[in-house]
Design a protein around this ligand. Structure first.
Ligand code: FAD
Length: 434
């Protein structure tokens, strides 16, 4: 058994990675620059936690595998179990999605509750030691192809495996360059997404849904909005825009924006709900992927995972699930004893393949908007994307299309599912052209 693994960054990717490594290493040390806070408080290292975090059904599956007790814990603390078609009032560009028991299930709560509950599971694993309030500030070249870490107060930390899970502000590209490694190539696609989010206390109406989503309508209406149930019976209300729009962060503007969505249902629900927080804005940096898999030289004891490798447009709710897929990939490779020969390089290659699905699903959607900046997809991707759009449009009239589309987006079925002959038949019968 290898001796010591170090994980930098104790957010969701770091916690999942530590969980996986604890099956294979004698000691796992998780280094987090923040001091953790309990209750509903949001720490400095995770400002995104003010906003809605949807966990895809694939992410839930992996979580259940890693932490069999997690869901029970979350539900006890007020998280809501959600069937993505049965429990959601879902406005698609062509009408309302059908409501039925789809089996596409996940749970809804704040990101803070999710992260804290995962951490409490991790704290039960004796092999994992959490170092809070410890910041890594550079890499040190230990041997020609091996790195160690330097902390803010000058301490040097060695590990048989070091994993960067420091998220979207990762410094690995420049820290590697500082010790003589080449800079990784990067791909960027920016659709200029902006968020405004506010917590509400709902009025005591008898509603027939747990969650409300009103999608935008490419390319005539770039506004999207939704109500997401969180613990304590409250709502997180998110308003989003793509391109040149800005969802407002003032009281009147926030409500006014909801009148310009594809349906007035969000406005109607908010009219008599009570605001329970200030409005938080967020300007998304776009999607970005570092191509570590193409590095000509790579340290033999270092890998990168989670947002530190790829950030996705958060619109599509893929970040946490992609981090979970990365941790699962790492576990699979360690189980198959692939640690020897060139393990770290092989891992980055495998990870790049694993996250290519969420990357393509999200970025090809973004590239439908003329305001998006980035390389346009090839002809095959465009054809698949056009077909996916038709499947979405037929969804109000076809339960199979609605379910298949959601299964693909939740990554529990491959995109091949949307080419089912019955869906194609529905399209012909309903004469779907666009
Ligand atoms: C507005 C917004 C909305 C989102 N919505 C969704 C959604 O609906 N669904 C979804 O799945 N994903 C969503 N995401 C993405 C999601 O937040 C991340 O994918 C997820 O949190 C996993 O990130 P991570 O653990 O890789 O990094 P992060 O969460 O960014 O954490 C990085 C951690 O590393 C620590 N750290 C950083 N530098 C150092 C250092 N030098 N030394 C020690 N520690 C360090 C930080 O303090 C932090 O704890 C959203 C993101 C944003 C910005």
């Amino acid at each position: 058994m290898p001796k010591k693994a170090i994980v930098i960054g104790g957010s969701i990717a770091g916690l999942l990675t530590a969980r996986v490594l604890s099956d294979f290493f004698e000691d796992v040390v998780l280094i987090e620059k923040d001091k953790y806070v309990e209750g509903g408080k949001i720490r400095n290292g995770t400002p995104q936690a003010h906003h809605i975090h949807v966990l895809l059904a694939k992410g839930r599956e992996i979580f259940q595998d890693f932490f069999p007790e997690l869901e029970k814990d979350l539900i006890k603390k007020g998280a809501n179990k959600i069937d993505f078609l049965n429990d959601i009032r879902y406005r698609l560009p062509s009408g309302w999605a059908p409501r039925f028991n789809s089996g596409i299930v996940t749970f809804a709560c704040t990101r803070t509750l999710l992260e804290n509950t995962i951490r409490h599971q991790i704290q039960k694993i004796p092999k994992i030691k959490i170092e809070q309030g410890e910041q890594i500030t550079s890499f040190v070249l230990e041997k020609p192809n091996k790195i160690s870490l330097k902390t803010k107060d000058g301490k040097e930390i060695h590990g048989d495996l070091i994993v960067d899970c420091t998220g979207r502000n990762t410094k690995s590209p420049s820290w590697l360059e500082d010790i003589g490694f080449p800079k990784p190539k990067e791909t960027k696609i920016n659709s200029f997404v902006r968020y405004s989010t506010r917590r509400y206390i709902p009025s005591q109406k008898d509603r027939k849904w747990k969650m409300l989503v009103i999608l935008n309508k490419p390319i005539s209406n770039p506004r999207l909005g939704g109500i997401y149930p969180i613990e304590g019976g409250k709502w997180l209300v998110g308003l989003y825009s793509i391109g040149n729009e800005y969802p407002p962060t003032d009281d009147d503007g926030f409500l006014e924006f909801t009148k310009h969505l594809e349906s007035m249902e969000l406005y109607d629900a908010l009219k008599d709900a009570v605001p329970d927080s200030k409005i938080h804005g967020y300007q998304v940096q776009g999607s970005r992927k570092y191509h570590y898999e193409e590095m000509p030289r790579w340290p033999e004891n270092f890998i990168v995972l989670g947002d530190a490798v790829a950030i996705f447009n958060p619109y599509y709710g893929q970040g946490i699930t992609s981090a979970a897929l990365g941790a699962e990939t790492l576990g699979d490779m360690l189980k198959n004893d692939e640690v020897k020969n060139d393990f770290t390089r092989k891992f980055q290659k495998r990870l790049s393949m694993t996250i290519s699905l969420p990357w393509t699903l999200g970025t090809s959607e973004d590239l439908r908007w003329p305001t998006t900046v980035g390389k346009r997809p090839n002809m095959i991707t465009r054809m698949v994307q056009n077909h996916a759009q038709k499947v979405l449009l037929i969804s109000p009239k076809s339960m199979l299309a609605a379910k298949s589309f959601q299964q693909m987006m939740h990554m529990i079925r491959s995109p091949a599912i949307i080419f089912h002959p019955l869906i194609l038949l529905h399209m012909i019968v309903n004469n779907v052209k666009k």
